[in-house]
Ligand binder design. Structure first.
Ligand code: C5P
Length: 218
């Protein structure tokens, strides 16, 4: 079990989190949810009363807070200045503001640096996000880009949130648009990423496919 970095990117609802965690557990690796880091900074921004559209103030908050995140695929904790935020970062307030906060270049610079340090320390790790294969870990051993049809993604997310499918679809479309069109590190498929459409694939099939790819690459 030597060094191994797997980058998993894709839009929300593509199955990234479930697949990444299971893969990490299966290959005895750590797991890093970079979306949770952007969500935690967003939580701090909202707590401080700063407007998520005010890039300068957002960057200031990001530079001042102490963000901690675990890397256990079976369950990790996220804290901001010592407060556990695991539940709150999944709420509608944070979800509504996270794309604005994650578009701020200073926030990205800060988190990308943290992510690279964590990857270097872990050695063996599955990292999920939007820009992992393209920016955070361009030399990853395996880069995966997961996609799924819009309706499949909305359905998955709405069962997760118990929200209504149409509203979820609209919110996903809004976030996809913001995440793919921002100037700083937009959601993008790395040139050398393996693209997997998970619309018709079960989680176990996707994980098995990725494990095969890792074995092939030694
Ligand atoms: O993956 P998740 O839905 O938790 O990500 C929340 C948001 O964080 C995304 O919509 C995106 O704006 C941002 N994000 C990002 N870069 C990453 C991971 C997440 O910009 N590597």
């Amino acid at each position: 079990t030597g060094r191994c970095v797997v980058a998993v990117d894709g839009p929300s609802g593509s199955g990234k989190s479930t697949v990444s965690r299971r893969l990490a557990s299966g290959i005895d690796a750590r797991y890093l949810d970079t979306g949770a880091m952007y969500r935690a900074i967003t939580w701090a921004v909202l707590r401080s009363g700063v407007d998520p559209a005010d890039a300068e103030s957002v960057a200031k908050v990001a530079g001042e807070v102490e963000l901690r995140i675990g890397t256990d695929p079976q369950g990790y904790g996220v804290t901001v200045d010592g407060t556990a935020v695991d539940k709150d970062i999944r709420g509608p307030e944070v979800t509504g503001a996270v794309s604005a906060v994650s578009a701020v270049p200073a926030v990205r610079a800060l988190l990308v640096q943290r992510q690279r340090e964590m990857i270097a320390n872990a050695g063996r790790i599955v990292v999920e996000g939007r820009d992992i294969g393209s920016v955070v870990a361009p030399d990853a051993d395996l880069k995966v880009y997961l996609t799924a049809s819009e309706s499949a993604r909305a359905k998955r997310r709405s069962t997760e949130d118990a929200a209504d499918v149409a509203a979820t679809a609209a919110d996903l479309a809004r976030r996809d648009r913001l995440d793919s069109t921002r100037t700083a590190d937009p959601l993008r498929q790395a040139d050398d990423a393996v693209v997997l459409d998970t619309t018709e694939l079960g989680i176990d099939e996707v994980v098995a496919r990725l494990r095969d790819l890792l074995t092939e690459r030694g």
